[in-house]
Unconditional design. Structure first.
Length: 420
């Protein structure tokens, strides 16, 4: 098949959105011929990767708005308005390409965001949307834990999503999509409300087979101290305040333990002060932002991953920890709730901050008391990643779905993947 891919974010050897775009291109090109439209500033890293590992079935189209139309975009400042305008420009490029090539279908893979449209739905060929996320929300009871900056962020996020859902192009993308792929049940509900008829829940997160093998070779730590680890940007909605308070409660009963936090962000000073106020000096270590190789070294000497995120559609770090045979403690919310099962970790309900702190501390205690349980959960976690989150397996799934675009067949097809 001749397939047009829209991948605003697409870079090799990256995580998050750029990694999603790159891995979908790499996987789909195993089965079909692709034309990929991505940003021009991704070109250097893409061509460097292609020099050693070519993708012969892929034609790259690099597109950016003229310099006079993007001078105001600096990093994440102005990102969403620029992305919207980029989608408009891409439509005219894609329309000319379609006249020349005659695509069988078009697939939008990044950004992974349901409330920003893809105008490629106007090409009048089957349109695959996603996986897209963004429908996840932190329970309101947790807002009182946020800093003023965090409260403002959540308010603006809810406002922007509400306004965006009124956008006629967002609704058009949902109504005309042959299939909408949602990262979580929360986003599935929003896609259906926008008029998407066929919606399947399918995680955008995966782990390359090479990384599964590398992570699977990490040894399980033996002896003390028992170490918990969290990795991620230090943002209010990542919930690290909750895990710090839980660890303080746990550490009072199990002093031979440590909690390492890898990452940086606007909440770092606030979290460092909280750790000091909780009497955790010497037990909690903030490592800051470090290269991935160093982060894996930290993971290798830690026993359990703690991921208390309040609205995370992905959760790549959970999958990497699971591939390394580490049990995961997370909240029963968003993407991590689909990745982690009772056989691979402990999911904590998110009802109130006080309840979460108590339940996180109880989960830490349960895993601390039973080393055999940690090993059993870790073995099952490795197996789950291999069976359901290997990028090669996800590529096969997508290739099969392309061949089953009729509604009755898609309904029958949902879901041999086992993610639902």
């Amino acid at each position: 098949m001749r397939i047009l891919i829209s991948a605003y974010a697409c870079e090799p050897e990256k995580g998050s959105e750029p990694g999603v775009g790159w891995n979908w291109v790499r996987q789909i090109s195993r089965f079909h011929e692709l034309w990929v439209i991505t940003r021009a500033n991704n070109r250097e890293s893409i061509e460097k990767a292609l020099a050693t590992k070519p993708l012969p079935n892929v034609h790259w189209i690099y597109f950016d708005l003229p310099s006079w139309a993007r001078f105001w975009k600096k990093g994440e400042r102005g990102l969403h308005p620029y992305y919207y305008l980029w989608q408009i420009g891409v439509y005219f490029v894609a329309r000319e390409l379609h006249r020349e090539v005659g695509f069988h279908l078009v697939h939008h893979v990044t950004f992974v965001n349901y409330w920003m449209p893809s105008l490629l739905v106007l090409l009048q060929i089957p349109f695959i949307w996603g996986p897209v996320g963004g429908g996840e929300s932190a329970p309101r009871s947790f807002w009182r834990c946020y800093s003023p900056r965090g409260k403002a962020f959540e308010f603006l996020r809810d406002l922007v999503r509400s306004l965006a859902q009124l956008d006629p192009f967002v609704r058009l993308a949902a109504r005309r999509a042959a299939v909408g792929l949602a990262t979580t049940p929360q986003t599935e509900k929003r896609l259906r409300a926008l008029g998407c008829r066929q919606v399947l829940v399918f995680s955008e997160a995966g782990v390359p087979r090479r990384d599964i093998e590398e992570l699977g070779a990490l040894p399980i730590p033996e002896g003390s101290p028992l170490r918990f680890l969290s990795l991620g940007r230090l943002l209010h909605w990542k919930g690290f305040e909750l895990s710090l308070r839980a660890f303080a409660r746990f550490a009072s009963r199990c002093p031979a333990s440590e909690y390492w936090i890898v990452g940086d962000g606007p909440e770092r000073k606030r979290l460092e002060k909280l750790a000091q106020d909780l009497g955790l000096t010497g037990k909690v270590r903030f490592w800051g932002m470090i290269p991935r190789s160093e982060a894996l070294e930290k993971l290798a000497v830690c026993d359990v991953l703690v991921h208390p995120s309040l609205h995370d559609s992905g959760g790549w770090v959970c999958l990497e920890a699971m591939a390394a045979g580490r049990p995961v403690i997370c909240l029963d919310l968003g993407g991590p709730a689909l990745q982690v099962t009772e056989n691979t970790g402990i999911k904590v309900p998110a009802i109130s901050p006080e309840q979460v702190v108590s339940d996180l501390a109880a989960a830490m205690t349960e895993l601390a008391k039973d080393p055999d349980l940690r090993i059993r959960l870790g073995v099952a976690a490795r197996q789950r990643v291999r069976e359901h989150f290997d990028w090669d397996q996800k590529g096969v799934f997508m290739a099969n779905m392309y061949g089953l675009l009729k509604e009755d067949e898609i309904e029958r097809f949902a879901w041999a993947s086992g993610e639902n």
